[in-house]
Design a protein around this ligand. Sequence first.
Ligand SMILES: Nc1nc2c(c(=O)[nH]1)N[C@H]1C(S)=C(S)[C@@H](COP(=O)(O)O)O[C@H]1N2
Ligand SMILES: [Mo]
Length: 328
Amino acid sequence: MLIKKRTGIEIPSSEITPEHLYHSRRQFMKGAAALSASALLAAACSPQAADVPRGSADSGDAADQAPGEVSTTTDELGDPLNDYDDVISYNNYYEFTTDKDTVAFMAEDFVTSPWQVEVGGMVRNPGVYDIEDLRTKFDQEERIYRLRCVEAWSMVIPWMGFPLSKLLAEVEPFPEATHVRFETIYDPEQLPGQKRGGFKWPYVEGLRLDEAQHDLAILATGLYGKELLPQNGAPVRLVVPWKYGFKSIKSIVKIELVDYQPTSLWMDAAPNEYGFYANVNPEVPHPRWSQATERRIGELGRRETLKFNGYEEQVAGLYAGEDLRENF
Ligand SMILES: Nc1nc2c(c(=O)[nH]1)N[C@H]1C(S)=C(S)[C@@H](COP(=O)(O)O)O[C@H]1N2
Ligand SMILES: [Mo]
């Protein structure tokens, strides 16, 4: 993984890019949005979008959003970053809708300020953190990560954020704490999906404490050098790149240290399909589909899925001696 340390507030790219380049980039993005291979792919792969190419309707808004600065164009494996437009317009966020192409539109007016995150449970120093505290207290770093959805699509995303371990160190977990439990905001008026049955809202996720303390696990506050947009989990979301995307819970309001394995929303909804660990593993199929390959958004054809999503060297030690089929 590439880590570039950055401190302080990011300047919007519109202020640091010469005016004419900024506008020509916007023009380019608008043209590209209508024609990109990923738009065609998305149209081909999602029935709802089949007869309405993206770029014609709501992704006009997406194309108006110019990305900020990033330090590189690829991840550490040489895979190109996904286009900003794809990252902000193809999303899973069931609190809005299950239609990935419509989340961005539905989430447009989601209120992310003021915002507080309560950190507590089995800790010496519980506290309520204002989103601004999280942005300024902890150095924001760029982290280029692959995101592999359990549905077998993936992207490469340049996040901005900080290691969760830094926040945990500050609150000082008691020795009895074994796991970390995360909760998304519960607000059915703003999140219409929470009025639907079938899921136990709010969205809940969890990590073992040693997983949560691993340097690769971050709390993200931005991507492509800009603050997160609502569809990507603004104002703060978890990113755990070696696990399936559903572990990376969005729009967090509560982080709790506990002494039990939390039951996530997905474990509760379908325990035989979604386990607590959800480590990316091409050898363990989902009960309804293979996990051996994936579709990288923006590419034709499929790629082999990598064990632990390509982060095996860094994280395999967390699971030494464990049965990865049993702990799926
Ligand atoms: N609260 C909440 N968090 C969530 C989800 C969700 O529906 N609700 N979807 C998850 C899934 S399945 C994926 S793949 C990622 C997608 O993140 P992205 O839209 O920023 O790419 O968010 C995860 N976090
Ligand atoms: Mo996902």
